[in-house]
Design a protein around this ligand. Structure first.
Ligand code: ADP
Ligand code: MG
Length: 276
């Protein structure tokens, strides 16, 4: 199982849209996908049409009670299950304040799901608090959606530092694997310039820590497309709502790029094992 946290402490950069539609793209490729919604706003859960009043336990129960991930999964599309969020999760930060090991609750529970899925994606809230730390402690990889405007790189050093600290102290598998440009205004000079800056920034940053030494900027650009903004109100991924839209084309391409990326890494890992 590959596990990926979609993080950025800024809101509105395309985290949820990417978590939902990338999950759906992989599921449509026949992979078994689990999407964990760890944002109290529950946007990913709502996007996929899950009923917030359902009796199924949510990530709140997972983190604060003894619920197991197996109790949470709700079917959303073929091959795609969702562990839903709940607004109560907003209180988790305070409720967990005195709990020993509060940073690694999700990590310990995710281990049990290893055989059930090929990919698990986690949609994170726009902060670097205990919920995001739980996601970072649990996964192998971080994907960072960025919106290409002139402040896109602002605040990234704090984010990189957090990833580095979690790598050192809680989860030495953790890597910043990829950066995805979302809400891309194709054809504008600003978007192209920012894409160049982002590429340059991460090429330089690579030297800084083993936690982001292999980071790459995905070639796929997720263009701004109104269908992506409309799909949540229909409770469907872009592939259910508008399968021929540019949004569907882009997320399908991103899914393909992701699979090629992991196939390449599997070959490298095998070569490393063979050489050892
Ligand atoms: P985050 O989870 O980072 O807060 P969202 O994925 O919720 O960001 O995106 C913020 C808003 O922008 C949402 O209303 C979403 O529907 C919209 N949106 C995201 N990506 C696109 C896109 N490529 N084209 C058009 N609208 C988008
Ligand atoms: Mg979101």
């Amino acid at each position: 199982m590959r596990s990926i946290a979609i993080i950025n402490q800024k809101g509105g950069v395309g985290k949820t849209t990417t978590a939902v539609n990338l999950s759906a793209a992989l599921a449509r490729d026949g992979l078994r996908v689990g999407l964990i919604d760890i944002d109290p706003q529950a946007h990913a859960s709502l996007h996929l049409g899950l009923d917030p009043a359902a009796k199924t336990p949510t990530v709140y129960d997972l983190l604060t009670e003894d619920a197991r991930l197996a109790d949470l999964w709700q079917p959303a599309e073929d091959n795609l299950s969702v562990a839903a969020s709940h607004i109560d999760l907003a209180a988790a930060e305070v409720e967990l304040a005195g709990v020993v090991g509060r940073e690694v609750i999700l990590r310990d529970k995710l281990v049990e799901a290893a055989d059930d899925f090929d990919y698990v994606l986690i949609d994170c809230p726009p902060s670097l608090g205990i919920l995001t730390i739980n996601a970072l402690s649990a996964v192998d990889d971080v994907f960072l959606p960025l919106q290409p405007h002139f402040l896109a790189l602002h605040g990234l050093s704090k984010l990189l530092k957090t990833i580095g600290l979690v790598n050192e102290r809680l989860n030495d598998r953790l890597q910043l694997a990829g950066v995805v440009l979302c809400l891309y205004e194709s054809g504008t000079r600003l978007a192209a310039e920012v894409a160049g800056d982002v590429d340059q920034f991460f090429r330089e940053a690579r030297k800084g820590s083993r936690a982001w030494a292999n980071v790459r900027l995905f070639e796929t650009r997720i263009r701004r497309n109104i269908r992506l903004a409309e799909a949540p109100s229909f409770g469907e991924s872009i592939f259910g709502y508008a399968p021929t839209s540019p949004g569907a084309v882009d997320y399908r391409a991103l899914g393909g790029e992701l699979l090629a990326y992991y196939a390449g890494r599997a070959i490298l890992d095998a070569a490393t094992v063979a050489a050892a």
